[in-house]
Write a protein that binds this ligand. Structure first.
Ligand code: SF4
Ligand code: SF4
Length: 178
């Protein structure tokens, strides 16, 4: 599915379904790769075509994904890659997927083009709510610009020292990777 302009979206609230952690590859910056490799070892990453990625388990899920009941948890919480933090949003300096005027968003006097991947089941189409327009979109822009690291509008709602994450990391050590 082609990304759509943010102004076609009514709202988005991640419910930690984990679909994005199962279906997509996570590309890493060199710095992210180095941090993860140092903490966990290079075996949890892979290189392809000059780019670094997180490895997946045999069922295609990200190696750091843990399902507890219906909730998907990220075991990489305190060093979650930017690609994961931004998904399902794309923040661009130039229009890319059409309907440029609908994708425009002015933040701190700068013009951005923000798109949303409708693959995420929590993307609800319609007229943008206050929550989406004035909380979610500014946060993803700040994340993309490196102005903030912490998320409030995503799966990262639990602190990295939460017992669930610690347990997720403990279990990760025995995983078989593909
Ligand atoms: S971003 Fe969307 S697909 Fe990913 S966990 Fe949240 S609701 Fe699910
Ligand atoms: S690093 Fe975390 S958020 Fe990213 S795909 Fe893996 S489990 Fe999901």
């Amino acid at each position: 599915m082609r990304p759509i302009p943010w102004s076609y979206v009514m709202d988005w609230r991640c419910n930690a379904c984990g679909l994005c952690c199962r279906e997509f590859e996570v590309v890493l910056s060199v710095e992210e790769w180095a941090t993860i490799a140092k903490r966990f070892g290079v075996r949890y990453t892979r290189m392809d075509g000059g780019k670094f990625y997180l490895r997946k388990t045999l069922d295609g899920s990200c190696v750091f994904l843990y399902n507890l009941g219906s909730v998907a948890l990220c075991g990489l919480q305190d060093m979650k890659p930017l690609a994961c933090k931004l998904w399902p949003f794309k923040v661009l300096k130039w229009p890319k997927y059409g309907s440029a005027s609908k994708a425009q968003y002015v933040y701190m006097g700068r013009l951005f083009y923000v798109y949303v991947d409708p693959h995420c089941p929590q993307v609800v189409l319609g007229r943008p709510t206050e929550h989406l327009a004035h909380q979610v979109i500014p946060e993803v822009i700040e994340l993309s610009l490196g102005l903030r690291v912490e998320q409030e509008k995503s799966t990262a709602s639990l602190p990295a020292i939460h017992p669930l994450y610690i347990e997720a990391r403990r279990r990760m050590k025995g995983r078989i990777l593909c």
